[in-house]
Design a protein around this ligand. Structure first.
Ligand code: ATP
Ligand SMILES: O=c1ccn([C@@H]2O[C@H](COP(=O)(O)O)[C@@H](O)[C@H]2O)c(=O)[nH]1
Length: 238
């Protein structure tokens, strides 16, 4: 099975704790040991948002702010690479071709951001489409896609299952400025819809949850399924 895992910066490195990064690297190693081909994309988290906030107050424009975010995602990607201990290429891939070549060599490609105007959610969706992945996993800080932001709205209800077009409709009204927070960004949702990529959005703070979702199809987050799919998502990966 070929899987792309998007690891939010707030999940991988909220406080630059080495053990936490090592835990996520160990999950990737476990998946590789179980014969999965794995690509990883790392987000910028709170550190990226702090840089973006400061630079915005200094008058930087949105593209300049995105560049700050991209730099932080690539530094976080280097943290994962350091913890992967030779399993990946020595530096974050700059584009999908470089990542695809690494995967073909048997390495774990690790990416951060690539261009302004999007987030690493879109990078992960594009990489999954480029390498023809079987599964795309978003390991984020909340357990799936909700009817409202669960961090601020206690009435928010989780969606267990959505189609790609339902995901696009839900995400479309959300903010798109540099550093914005959403379960996935709009470009990612559109790529997932067009590629019919099987996708899971889950709370990835505990890396064992990522392993369980990939290896056994077990998770409590949101499945994004192709239009008209009647298959039980639990049976996908068996
Ligand atoms: N409808 C919604 N469903 C789920 N989460 C939502 C929703 N609306 C807003 N959010 C927010 O999206 C956030 C998840 O995305 P966020 O970009 O902050 O973290 P991430 O995916 O871990 O990546 P990173 O930390 O690298 O930016 C959650 O903290 C949550 O507050
Ligand atoms: O391809 C990319 C990836 C990221 N950015 C900018 O970085 C921040 C942080 O990325 P997250 O994936 O949200 O952690 C994002 O908000 C963008 O401003 C980018 O421009 N292009």
């Amino acid at each position: 099975m070929r899987v792309v895992i998007s690891i939010g910066g707030s999940v991988l490195a909220p406080n630059l704790d080495a053990d936490r990064v090592a835990g996520h690297a160990a999950a990737v190693e476990t998946l590789v040991g179980e014969d999965c081909e794995v690509g990883a994309v790392v987000g910028g988290g709170g550190v990226a948002r702090e840089y973006i906030g400061t630079a915005r107050r200094l008058g930087a424009n949105e593209v300049q702010l995105d560049q700050f975010g991209i730099d932080v995602t690539r530094i976080n990607a280097r943290l994962l690479i350091a913890a992967l201990d030779g399993l990946s290429a020595p530096s974050p891939a700059h584009d999908y071709e470089e990542a695809g070549e690494a995967l073909r060599r048997g390495d774990v490609p690790v990416m951060g951001g690539v261009m302004p105007g999007q987030t690493t959610d879109a990078v992960a969706a594009a990489l999954a489409e480029y390498v023809d992945a079987d599964l795309l996993v978003y390991a984020t800080s909340v357990d799936g896609v909700f009817s409202a932001d669960p961090d601020t709205d206690p009435e928010a209800e989780q969606y267990g299952r959505l189609t790609g077009s339902e995901l696009v409709d839900l995400i479309a009204p959300m903010s798109r400025g540099a550093g914005a927070s959403a379960p996935v960004d709009l470009l990612a949702a559109k790529l997932i819809e067009r590629s019919k990529m099987r996708t899971v959005v889950l709370d990835g703070t505990d890396p064992e949850r990522i392993e369980a979702a990939v290896l056994r199809g077990e998770h409590t987050g949101t499945d994004v399924v192709p239009e008209g799919c009647t298959e039980d998502p639990d049976g996908w990966n068996r």
